[in-house]
Design a protein around this ligand. Structure first.
Ligand code: ADP
Length: 170
């Protein structure tokens, strides 16, 4: 590994889960600097705004002093070129992630040949965990304490409550 190389971990993080945090912690031991890059993808329906997702991530990673949280919009390959950082971190949970991630990695390399994707495998406890699953559990009134950081759990509960109030007010 070249000295001083930073790596970028992109994602939606709606909301950040313990699986994301596991990948961030692992990558923070491998690279001198990690940039968690939160996508501002307007086509995706998020329950937390971009700024809320950034704040939740910042609160959750404050013990890791080589990690920062930023946002980007548009094509990831263009963003990586802008910040001159060409190592991408992605998490692989199971075979089911593989096909999509493989395609993305090859497409990013096609868009910019400097981009190298590094796949990390989380602790076994998180291999079944996804943001959408966590949202679904919260919506159905389940306990998400084992799946997300404490700050996320609290905000998620409040958000789900206000969303269901909105729904019934209509
Ligand atoms: P995206 O919308 O880009 O898939 P996500 O926030 O869902 O964004 O995920 C970002 C990255 O984190 C992806 O590489 C995804 O595979 C990985 N990831 C998500 N959940 C987990 C988990 N529980 N364990 C390991 N990696 C994960």
């Amino acid at each position: 590994m070249k000295k001083g190389m930073s790596a970028v971990y992109p994602g939606s993080f709606d909301p950040p889960t313990n699986g994301h945090l596991d990948i961030i912690a692992r990558s923070s031991h491998l690279f001198p600097e990690i940039i968690v890059a939160v996508t501002d993808n307007v086509n995706k329906k998020h329950i937390f705004s971009l700024q809320e997702r950034i704040n939740l991530l910042r609160k959750s990673i404050k013990h890791l002093n080589n990690v920062s949280v930023l946002s980007f919009s548009g094509l990831l390959a263009v963003y990586l070129n802008e910040i001159q950082s060409f190592i991408l971190i992605r998490g692989l949970r199971a075979i089911s992630d593989f096909e999509y991630e493989f395609q993305m990695a090859l497409m990013n390399r096609k868009l910019n040949r400097k981009i190298e994707t590094v796949f990390l495998i989380p602790d076994r406890a998180y291999t079944f965990l996804s943001s959408s699953m966590v949202k679904e559990i919260a919506m159905l009134g389940g306990d998400t304490a084992d799946f997300v950081p404490e700050c996320v759990e609290k905000e998620l509960k409040e958000r789900v409550l206000s969303l269901s109030k909105d729904k019934y007010a209509k």
